[in-house]
Design a protein around this ligand. Structure first.
Ligand code: TYR
Length: 328
């Protein structure tokens, strides 16, 4: 796979295509980051962007993981002490998941976000931004109806992190796109380059195929799950024999989350996938890429129950190192 393909595979969008192209062609010195609010344990949402960071490392990027402790605090995720503690645990889980410490830089937000220069630049961005714009940028990041002042400061800090970390590419889920657009608009006002961004798709809830998989509602997979937990969640997952299910009766769009997890979590991390089947049902199936697996599910060659069995097996392999880490 060439650099451009590695960078863009499984991305829902890049802003802009031309800027990505230029980064792909740049042989050295390119840097990317993802920021995470430390809270709870690593789950499949974090792992999706972590997979992208692993692709980017392979494509020659230097990668930074920002453990955004101040952001978590501003977004009401607990006391600063608790968040700090969670940040340390999270870092260890990312390493267990495969973000090699030798080429991943882990940075704590509070290590630079409380400096004088940062604070003054932040105030300059506050002057450039209406409350309404800041609030819109946060719509898919913070929950709750009334936005606090802290949550209006949040996206401006996220924008400012990009030049302060010295990165060329900001990576995040689709829910981060409005913050990245805001960053493109406001950073030039303080003589900083507008950043390039890449967004990963949102994966549907495992149980229903609707909405998005999240740690706060519905069914997700986390590093705390035992093999048995994974098996029962995957077993109960929504998996019609198509990649393009009909909407529900009341018109809610649905995805096939089992296929999505194969596409965005399993295939990026394994060279091939074996679906074990007894001889009388045709024996094992082996796939070198996602498309063939999807085609077999659609044609009926691969039964959803067998697909689920294999998914549980591979998810377990992805989770195991983190689970062991947590048990320490
Ligand atoms: N907004 C991100 C966290 C984050 C914070 C600061 C950043 O610079 C980047 C990302 C989230 O929703 O989890």
């Amino acid at each position: 796979m060439d650099a451009h393909e590695l960078i863009t595979r499984n991305a829902a969008e890049v802003v802009t295509e031309a800027e990505i192209e230029a980064l792909a062609d740049d042989p050295e010195g390119k840097r990317a980051y993802v920021g995470y609010e430390p809270s709870g344990v690593l789950h499949i949402g974090h792992m999706l962007t972590a997979n992208k960071l692993i692709d980017l490392q392979e494509a020659g990027f230097e990668v930074t993981v920002l453990l955004a402790d101040v952001h978590a605090y501003l977004n009401d995720k607990g006391s600063f002490e608790e968040i700090r503690h969670t940040a340390e645990r999270m870092r260890d889980q990312f390493i267990a998941y495969g973000l090699d410490e030798s080429n991943t830089q882990f940075v704590l937000g509070s290590d630079f976000q409380l400096d004088d220069d940062y604070t003054l630049d932040l105030h300059a961005l506050e002057l450039e931004t209406t409350l309404a714009r800041a609030e819109r940028a946060m719509a898919e990041i913070s929950s709750g109806d009334s936005v606090k002042v802290s949550q209006a400061v949040y996206p401006l800090m996220q924008a400012l992190d990009i030049p302060y970390l010295g990165v060329d590419l900001a990576v995040g889920g689709m829910e981060q796109r409005k913050v990245h657009m805001l960053a493109r608009d406001v950073l030039p006002s303080i003589d900083r380059e507008p950043p390039t961004s890449l967004h990963t798709p949102l994966i549907a809830d495992l149980g229903t195929g609707r909405g998005k998989m999240s740690s706060s509602e519905g069914v997700t997979i986390s590093m705390e799950d035992s093999r048995g937990d994974i098996e029962s969640k995957v077993n109960d997952a929504y998996c019609p024999p198509t990649a393009d299910p009909e909407p529900t009766e009341d018109g809610v769009e649905r995805e096939n989350p089992v296929l999505q997890v194969f596409e965005y979590h399993v295939f990026p991390r394994f060279d091939s996938v074996v679906v074990e089947r007894p001889e009388e049902y045709g024996g094992d199936l082996e796939y070198d890429g996602y498309d063939d697996l999807e085609a077999d599910l659609e044609s009926g060659e691969l039964h959803p129950a067998d697909a689920k069995g294999a998914l549980a097996e591979y998810l377990d392999r992805l989770i195991a190192p983190g689970r062991e880490q947590l048990a320490e």
